[in-house]
Design a protein around this ligand. Structure first.
Ligand SMILES: Nc1ncnc2c1ncn2[C@@H]1O[C@H](COP(=O)(O)OP(=O)(O)OP(=O)(O)O)[C@@H](O)[C@H]1O
Ligand SMILES: [Mg+2]
Length: 236
């Protein structure tokens, strides 16, 4: 299988604090990968490093056969790496549809171009409120909207930082099926999660990070059966 993202020896620092140590991570085409770990383990720092948002970092990040470590964020995003951070922000005065149009980017080679109509099919709950101002949506609905807006940039890989956090059970289900649809569509998706339950629904493989170090790597099926690892590193 062709690898979409291949990360080696990623080291990141906030000021003098060494946060990530020799992190490695891989995602193939059409694969959902989970980066699991407890509070403060380094999940968000890993994502931020991949998209060039951590000032001091070193290592190798190969995205689509190209080295992107050290490139500026706008260039990385233009190459097709989509990123939905923890603090999702939408434009509260703009409607759902207008929020989507803000994310529009030109089409990219080899990646189908998203339109708002396609996204409304993907996220039926957003279609029902396309003319509603973003400020009048629930937190979970806003979360869906930030993911949909990121897709408007036509990425081939998407990083979702804790996509299930704070969602109602109904929205969690919709989120899971949206991510599985993204995979069917050919996208690679890397999610970060604190616990296994949501990740188990959608992920092919998993990594566990603790104190900035990757402690475990395996298929999701293997991890689900490994109580020792789960008890050591996850909130289960
Ligand atoms: N801007 C920052 N400056 C200094 N230290 C930071 C900064 N952001 C995060 N850290 C530290 O880096 C470590 C990793 O944090 P990170 O946010 O990556 O963890 P996380 O796995 O995403 O946790 P959570 O599940 O709580 O979101 C923590 O010790 C945290 O205190
Ligand atoms: Mg985080």
């Amino acid at each position: 299988m062709k690898s979409k993202l291949d990360v080696h020896s990623l080291n990141s620092y906030y000021g003098g604090a060494h946060i990530l140590t020799d992190v490695h991570l891989k995602a193939h085409e059409s694969e959902v990968v989970a980066l699991l770990g407890r509070n403060g383990a380094g999940k968000s720092t890993t994502f931020a490093s991949l998209v060039g948002l951590v000032e001091k970092c070193s290592g190798s990040v190969i995205f689509n056969d190209e080295e992107i470590c050290g490139k500026p964020t706008h260039e990385i995003v233009r190459l097709g790496l989509g990123y939905v951070p923890e603090d999702r922000r939408i434009f509260t005065d703009l409607t759902v549809e207008e929020n989507l149009l803000v994310g529009k980017q030109p089409a990219r080679d080899g990646v189908r171009e998203w339109t708002t109509e396609m996204l409304f099919e993907f996220f039926p709950n957003l279609a029902e409120m396309r003319n509603r101002p973003g400020g009048q949506m629930s937190g979970g609905e806003q979360q869906m909207l930030t993911i949909a807006r990121t897709l408007m940039g036509n990425p081939s890989l998407v990083l979702l930082d804790e996509p299930s956090e704070g969602l109602s059970p109904k929205i969690v289900e919709e989120m899971a099926s949206a991510i599985l649809e993204m995979k069917k569509y050919g996208l690679s998706v890397i999610i970060s999660e604190q616990n296994l339950h949501f990740a188990k629904l959608i992920s092919d493989r998993a990594y566990i990070i603790e104190k900035g170090v990757i402690r475990y790597e395996g298929t999701m099926t293997e991890l689900a059966q490994n109580d020792e690892v789960k008890n050591a590193y996850l909130a289960v």
